[in-house]
Design a protein around this ligand. Structure first.
Ligand code: ATP
Ligand code: MG
Length: 195
């Protein structure tokens, strides 16, 4: 603080803040991959109000950027409070939503749907973005794998492998449907115990 002028602080502090956030998130990702690789990741379910939880996640991705007012949220459900692992669920939803926002134009909406049923919860994240080439879809969930059509959109290729591991730890399934230049839909289904 003392060594910078006010002008320099205004110029550099926001950059430092972004760099710290990026580094923290990268460290979190790498640690999570390491923990799952050594079978040390845990599944710890607790009571969650699923609708409120999703609204909080949307707010969280808005901080990351890419314009979260682009997320159109639809909640349908008979079961409001479910047993789920909030950390794993957060990995799943934050990564899918930030991918949808990141790999589609600012002018396009993202459809985020949640169906909370008595024994399962189904999440859908649909975008109208760059899509994923058919032949590359089978390798999406591998660590560091990025498709060839990403251009200069930044990423490390860790997000979806974290999503996949989180879904598996939760005993669920994940599917993707995508066409290059049209858009992508991820669908995650997790079994839930009723509260
Ligand atoms: P990060 O680790 O920062 O998330 P990333 O976004 O490149 O980096 P993943 O989230 O693992 O990595 O995604 C892997 C690859 O899958 C991406 O690089 C991109 O090629 C493709 N991909 C994922 N989601 C989408 C999407 N919604 N639309 C188009 N391509 C996608
Ligand atoms: Mg990603």
């Amino acid at each position: 603080w003392d060594t910078f002028t006010d002008e320099k602080r205004k110029k550099h502090f926001p950059k430092i803040e972004i760099a710290v956030a990026r580094m923290t998130s990268l460290l979190d990702d790498v640690l999570f991959i390491g923990r799952t690789d050594s079978n040390k990741a845990t599944f710890t379910p607790k009571l969650l109000n699923i609708k409120q939880y999703c609204l909080d996640v949307i707010e969280e991705v808005s901080v990351i950027g890419y314009g979260a007012n682009r997320v159109e949220f639809t909640y349908e459900g008979s079961v409001e409070t479910i047993m789920a692992d909030d950390k794993l669920l957060r990995h799943i939803l934050v990564n899918l939503l930030s991918n949808a926002l990141k790999y589609s134009p600012q002018s396009e909406m993202i459809e985020f749907t949640v169906q909370s049923l008595p024994e399962r919860v189904v999440f859908g994240v649909k975008d109208h973005g760059i899509g994923i080439p058919k032949e590359e879809q089978p390798r999406l969930f591998e660590v560091f794998h990025r498709a060839t059509n990403v251009g200069n959109i930044q990423g490390t290729g860790l997000g979806l492998s974290i999503v996949k591991r989180s879904v598996v730890l939760h005993g669920g399934t994940i599917d993707v449907e995508s066409a290059e230049g049209v858009g992508t839909t991820f669908r995650v289904e997790l079994p839930t115990q009723q509260a």
